[in-house]
Write a protein that binds this ligand. Structure first.
Ligand code: NAD
Length: 311
């Protein structure tokens, strides 16, 4: 273990998941939220989630649920939360002024070796950290939701990050059982969302041009591409679909280039096409059945995760 404990600010969906992952790995976790009631809510929600994980056989680590829960401790004082920290992670909403406001309180009380992380989804590190005294200790640690079933974490260091920030954060993320990837440079949208939005663009355009129905374009992902993507990425897919990359290029490079050239420009997710897509999905999943459908999804994600973990 690199450090004794972890400090965490912002106890929504992501903050709670991180607190649980750190506690499962045996860390003491000190948590803070601007809403005092969020601490009580988070602790009782975490307890329920631990019971559920135990029930489905996906509890992490070797500690009992009581021991894991006891490792998470709340405070109403951000200074107390950050003081003496080795690693502090901010998980407040994706608004620059909220994030920089929290960092401004953390910055003066941490040491020159503390790592200051943010779970930001899209805000780039240089923008968030430019005014920090300790900006050389800043890194974005972007998880995938839900983190217990989708272990990918994107690590995006600030351009001015010291050379130990990435390896230390990477080791921590691996230690808690998540799967880190490192961006060598910051890039808007990082990598997961850049790939995701290129898929969104194509799906929207194919439906807009009336090539395929909404239900079927989703099926292309869930029954086709997604089945492979649960185990291997696009690079390895191509490698295996021919006899290596050079052979793949001989067979498919021309087609790939022709298709890429036929792609349409960016499309705004609004207006008539948005309405059509919404209405189509709503026929299958009415808005009052969203919770039910999310539980259905999470149950399957849990089963897949369990299968992959025991493979
Ligand atoms: P959320 O809205 O569920 O929770 C945010 C929490 O921060 C709330 O408990 C709120 O009370 C607290 N908060 C607000 N202002 C605060 C302050 N000044 N000090 C301390 N606490 C404060 O948000 P979330 O979905 O957990 O997202 C948190 C971050 O993680 C965002 O940057 C988001 O983009 C990113 N993220 C979210 C997801 C996702 O799918 N939800 C996935 C990856 C990353």
């Amino acid at each position: 273990r690199q450090w004794r404990d972890i400090r965490l600010a912002g106890l929504g969906l992501i903050g709670r998941s991180f607190a649980m992952l750190f506690a499962a790995a045996g860390y003491q976790v000190k948590i803070y939220d601007i809403e005092a009631s969020q601490i009580t809510h988070a602790l009782s929600d975490i307890w329920q989630q631990l019971i559920e994980l135990q029930k489905i056989g996906l509890l992490r680590g070797s500690l009992s649920i009581e021991e894991q829960h006891k490792r998470i401790e709340g405070t109403n004082d951000i200074t107390e939360c950050a003081k003496g920290a080795f690693f502090v992670i901010e998980c407040v909403p994706e608004r620059i002024e909220l994030k920089t406001g929290v960092h401004a309180k953390i910055d003066p009380v941490v040491s020159d070796t503390t790592i200051i992380a943010s779970s930001a989804s899209a805000l780039i590190p240089s923008k968030i950290s430019q005014n920090l005294k300790h900006r050389n200790r800043f890194i974005v640690v972007h998880p995938t939701n839900p983190p217990f079933y989708a272990p990918l974490v994107e690590l995006v260091p600030s351009p001015w990050a010291d050379s130990d920030v990435v390896p230390k954060t990477k080791a921590l993320v691996e230690e808690i059982g998540q799967s880190p990837v490192v961006l060598k440079k910051e890039k808007e949208g990082f990598v997961l969302n850049r790939i995701q939005y290129s898929i969104i663009k194509e799906c929207f355009n194919l439906v807009k041009d009336d090539i395929i129905s909404v239900e079927d374009v989703d099926k292309v992902m869930s029954e086709g591409l997604g089945r492979r993507y649960a185990f291997i990425g696009q690079m390895e897919t191509d490698y295996l679909n021919a006899d290596g990359m050079r052979d793949h290029s001989k067979k498919f490079a021309e087609m790939s280039y022709r298709l890429q050239k036929s792609f349409k420009p960016p499309i705004k997710m609004e207006g008539e096409i948005l309405d059509k897509i919404h209405k189509d999905i709503e026929k299958r999943i009415p808005l009052d059945k969203l919770q039910e459908r999310r539980r259905w999804r999470d149950k399957r994600l849990a089963a897949l995760e369990k299968m992959i973990r025991t493979m």
